[in-house]
Design a protein around this ligand. Sequence first.
Ligand code: ATP
Ligand code: MG
Length: 256
Amino acid sequence: MEEIPKSHPRYHSLIIRKKLVDAFRQGIVVPEGLIAHGRGEALDYILGEKTLEPAYRAIKAASALLLISKKPVISVNGNTAALVPKEIIELSKIINAKLEVNLFHRTIEREVKINKLLKSLGADEVLGIGDDASETIPRLESKRRFVSPRGIYLADTVLLALEDGDRTEQLVKMGKKVIAIDLNPLSRTARTANITIVDNVIRAIPLLIEECKKLSNSPRDELEKIAYNFDNEENLKAMINAIKDRLSMLTSLEVI
Ligand code: ATP
Ligand code: MG
């Protein structure tokens, strides 16, 4: 396959695309996942491909919530498995969370491939594969409704990315706390989750790892304060304002 020259101005973005295309060829990512990435990429371009201030605040609240949760689960789909497989495993170990595969375009072949990939990178256990996904999220029609009775079904907190608004809504209705990583601050997922990190999973997961390590020795009441004082609606507004400020700055510089 063609090498991407390091000097290319969009080197990082091209590397990410290459990872997804390779994972697509291996049967881990579906074509729809490539399209979803395109939507995310466009939004990331507007952010300047960097983590903005409100996202750092959401990451801090999310880390506090993950640390105080009793049964946290990281929901894994094709794109996250392709982009940050090692990182989600590392995060799961730090916060003592289970990893569960949950796919919109669900096939047993893809579940098995993602399971193998995560195991080869050091995951001890991966839930949601085949018959393990024997429970059902109520009021959900997509195949994302099938979940593991030891994982998402009994989780108190679910961390998810590139998610569908429908499942986010039903998980919240089941009484779970939902942390979403979504580059679109306007999506239903972003507006329905309890904590939305408007950032690229590529940056957000390593930042979550760092923050969880930093907060891991903090007293519980301090973590509760950080987690429960977070206002998602206000943070999303701050995020949209940060995007507006960035666009105004770019127009005043006359670079566009
Ligand atoms: P919703 O159903 O919540 O309204 P949607 O229909 O706009 O969302 P989906 O196709 O269901 O979008 O999910 C893809 C979402 O994931 C998009 O909002 C997209 O911006 C986001 N996304 C894509 N790539 C990334 C990434 N690398 N990091 C974070 N978010 C991403
Ligand atoms: Mg959707």
